[in-house]
Design a protein around this ligand. Structure first.
Ligand SMILES: [Zn+2]
Length: 339
């Protein structure tokens, strides 16, 4: 009996050492230690063993079982370690290889110009606010003193969603939302996308950006408007920049003006950039029309305001000397990289 057990034990270990896979190893475990395995069948034959020998045989069987189990464990761990080593080796990262250069994006000239304008006005105590691009006709026109028969409301200029809703044609609509909040004074800057039914060319696009500014407070005069916009121009184009105001007309301001700055390229002598005049038109502005304030229930005896609107693309095109607005929307990396 002892010899038989010894043979089973040796045979099992020999087979295990030859095994190359975990599956094969498991088959061997079942064949020797399983319910119908060889060692189990020896135990089943115990009834034929004389009673006084049974404890001894039982001990042999246990020893054989322990020896097989230990060997099984050892070989299994060894196999797993080899598999892991192999995997680690194949997945090793060679840190000495040169890295792939990732292509980083770049801020758009519009974004750079906007951040510059925001920096200047936030520095003067303005709050940057936003309004909807899809807007009620009322906020875009009537509340800004643009009557129903005004040419700006023509379908050739404005994208209509339906009778009452448009794609805003100007960021001035944000003024109305701010005034509706009923909190005075107001000192706001509203940058955003606007839409006009324009054909695309070097200076036009159906979608572009405006920056609207509005101040409402007590004792506001045209002198405040001029002082504020002069500081803005000098911060943006240089300390030596001069400004001049030409009378103009907008429905929502009275009086209204357009502001020119001395050409920052030639300093006012005249060049290609300023078409020889020495001046460059930069924005529209004016004192908020009393009707616009009254429609929002603001007492015009106590409060006055001024407003201005800047074309963001215009600023960016001038500042970075870009001669075609279409370049701004093509997302050509070679163009964008230059700023
Ligand atoms: Zn010039």
């Amino acid at each position: 009996m002892k010899e038989k057990l010894q043979k089973i034990r040796e045979e099992a270990i020999r087979q295990m050492q030859e095994a190359t896979t975990l599956d094969k190893l498991n088959d061997i475990r079942v064949a020797y230690l399983g319910k119908k395995g060889e060692l189990t069948s020896v135990l089943k034959g115990m009834k034929d063993v004389p009673a006084e020998e049974r404890p001894m045989v039982g001990q042999f069987v246990n020893e054989a079982r322990t020896a097989i189990e230990e060997k099984l464990d050892e070989i299994k761990k060894d196999m797993e370690k080899k598999a892991l080593d192999l995997r680690l080796k194949s997945e090793t990262i060679d840190v000495t290889l040169p890295a792939k250069k990732s292509n980083l994006g770049h801020r758009h000239p519009n974004t750079i110009a906007l951040e510059e304008v925001e920096r200047i006005f936030v520095g003067m105590g303005y709050e940057v606010v936003e309004g909807p691009e899809v807007e009620y006709d009322y906020y875009n026109f009537e509340a800004l003193n643009i009557p129903a028969n005004h040419p700006a409301k023509d379908e050739q200029d404005t994208f209509y969603i339906n009778d009452k809703i448009v794609l805003r044609t100007q960021t001035s609509s944000v003024q109305v939302h701010e005034m509706e909040k009923g909190k005075l004074p107001i000192r706001m800057l509203a940058p955003g996308r606007v839409f006009r039914a324009d054909e695309v060319d070097a200076t036009h696009s159906p979608s572009f950006h405006q920056i609207e500014g509005l101040v409402i407070d007590k004792n506001i005069t045209f002198a405040d408007l001029k002082g504020t916009l002069e500081v803005f121009a000098q911060e943006l184009f240089g300390k030596e920049t001069k400004v001049k105001f030409r009378p103009h007309h907008f429905p929502f301001t009275e009086p209204s003006a357009e502001m020119d700055v001395t050409c920052f390229k030639c300093g006012g002598k005249g060049c290609r950039m300023c078409k020889g005049s020495g001046w460059i038109e930069i924005l529209g502005c004016g004192m908020v029309h009393p009707r616009v304030l009254e429609m929002r229930g603001i007492d015009t005896n106590e409060y006055q305001g001024f407003a201005f609107g800047v074309g963001l693309e215009r600023i960016a095109l001038l500042k970075y000397e870009i001669d075609d607005m279409r370049l701004m929307y093509e997302n050509d990396e070679r163009f964008l990289k230059q700023f």
